[in-house]
Design a protein around this ligand. Structure first.
Ligand code: GDP
Ligand code: MG
Length: 470
């Protein structure tokens, strides 16, 4: 991802006067970067034509270069989003575990009689398929935890009898995350195990039952046969293909092969941390017309996000993504945290005080791996890609020290107080043991996030928060 991203960013920032020559060479560079990141050539050609057509119709001769650059960025951004956008969201199954059978009293034959109406709802069964090592077992638990956090009663079934230790792996993950699981050390027939597991959880009215299957090394026929048999037995509501996001061009034939035998309805793309190029994934989505619904961004169970085309592209282009930031913060159990509530209310109103920044920074530290979080914050994503995890963590802690040295009045301000009275910066530098430049950086960070909050509200969903000028 970093590779493609930095090339796209490079192409965009090479535009200065936005002359025709410059634009042509930018488009060419973007296309080359996409092709070399394994995006299918047909898609790239289409993208190129779309960009050129939009440039022609939207950029006006007499506009300032700055304006042209802004429009160009928006055009590129929209086109890239279009490549990966399927307009799909993760399904929200019915919570059958919580539906009480509805009892009412009716008068039948002159007598008051209690009538119990069965809701008749079924468990939502999800089956995961994919090659060995794609990340199925890991994603199973991630998916289970994702739904559990949203109030679902979720069970895991291990139907992988091919790989030694498969059940133990799932079991350990499940226990760690406190998810009920089903497996069997003695049976060798995955179809039978899948059936037994699903029946058990169904009987206990689980909302969602996730079935892990085995993967083979290559696209062997026996794998597909087994997959079809399991599928016929348990009749999944939803089949998800788990695909390694770093496999490049191989993604497309692989996705097609799976599509023929399992007709999966969505994709979980794993290993989108690290240096996955991600381009192959774009092609796979386009080739199978199947949406990516989740992405895995690390080995930890919380390294899991819904796939958002805008986020994906924002990351590629190094633009922070306020929407996923909000979502990520909301997914933490911060509901009872007053500071947090205030900040969310402020953001919703397009406001963002220094105290909000302080709250957010404090929350980030609670949130685990910083790489993931930093990539959502404008500005930080760039720092992060330059200096790495440890350094960023130090930077964030520094920012918190700095804000700890601010007065209540300063924290509740929009930051302009520092421009009016620069002596405050010196005072904070002394109090926090940081340099004035570091304090400037906090203020700058705050301004950036503040303007993101404003534009996020203005756009209210959809469009990205303010695209940074170069
Ligand atoms: P399976 O064979 O499809 O069940 O794959 P596993 O779930 O066993 O995963 C294979 C390896 O990939 C394990 O070492 C996982 O920790 C790792 N893995 C899975 N998902 C991710 C991810 O999103 N990021 C990273 N970095 N590693 C992952
Ligand atoms: Mg597995």
């Amino acid at each position: 991802l970093a590779d493609l991203g930095s090339r796209l960013r490079g192409a965009l920032s090479s535009v200065d006067s936005a002359s025709e020559d410059e634009i042509n060479s930018m488009v060419k560079n973007i296309c080359t970067a996409l092709l070399e990141s394994d995006v299918n050539i047909k898609l790239v050609v289409k993208l190129r034509d779309n960009i050129k057509a939009k440039v022609k119709s939207e950029l006006k001769e007499n506009e300032t270069s700055a304006n042209k650059r802004k429009k160009l960025q928006k055009i590129i951004y929209d086109e890239l989003c279009g490549l990966v956008d399927s307009h799909e969201e993760p399904p929200k199954p019915k919570k059958i575990s919580q539906t009480k059978s509805q009892a009412s009293t009716k008068v039948i034959n002159g007598k008051k009689t209690k009538v119990v109406k069965s809701t008749g709802a079924n468990s939502h069964i999800i089956m995961l398929v994919g090659l060995q090592g794609a990340g199925k077992t890991t994603s199973c638990t991630k998916l289970a935890v994702w739904y559990k956090k949203r109030g679902y009663k979720v069970g895991l079934v291990c139907a992988d009898t091919f790989r030694a230790g498969a059940f133990d792996q799932l079991k350990q993950n499940a226990i760690k995350s406190n998810i009920p699981f089903y497996g069997n050390y003695h049976l060798t027939d995955p179809v039978q195990i899948a059936h037994m597991g699903v029946s058990t959880f169904k009987a206990e009215k689980f909302d969602i039952i996730i079935v892990d299957t085995s993967g083979r090394h290559r696209q062997e026929q026996s794998l597909f046969d087994e997959m079809v048999q399991i599928s016929e037995m348990i009749k999944p509501t939803q089949t998800i293909m788990v695909m390694d996001g770093s496999i490049g061009q191989a993604a497309e034939p692989q996705a097609k092969a799976f599509k023929e035998s399992s007709d999966f309805g969505s994709i979980i793309l794993t290993k989108m941390d690290g240096h996955a190029k991600g381009g192959g994934a774009i092609s796979a989505v386009a080739a199978t017309h199947t949406p990516i619904v989740f992405i895995g961004t690390g080995e930890h169970v919380n390294d899991f996000e819904t796939f958002k085309p805008t986020t994906f592209i924002s990351k590629l282009l190094g633009i922070g993504d306020i929407q996923s930031l909000i979502e990520h913060v909301q997914s933490l159990d911060l509901q009872n945290d007053e500071n947090h509530k205030q900040t969310m209310d402020n953001i919703k109103e397009g406001k963002f005080t220094l105290r909000d920044l302080q709250n957010q920074m404090n929350n980030f530290l609670k949130m685990g791996p910083l790489t993931n979080i930093a990539s959502m914050i404008p500005g930080l994503s760039n720092i992060m890609s330059q200096v790495g995890e440890e350094e960023t963590s130090k930077k964030i802690k520094n920012m918190i020290y700095i804000m700890d040295s601010m007065t209540q009045k300063e924290l509740d301000s929009d930051g302009r107080i520092f421009t009016k009275e620069p002596s405050r910066i010196i005072r904070i530098a002394q109090g926090s043991g940081c340099s004035a430049a570091e304090i400037e950086m906090v203020l700058q960070q705050h301004r950036m996030m503040g303007s993101m909050a404003k534009s996020a509200m203005a756009a209210s969903g959809g469009a990205p928060g303010g695209l940074p000028g170069n």
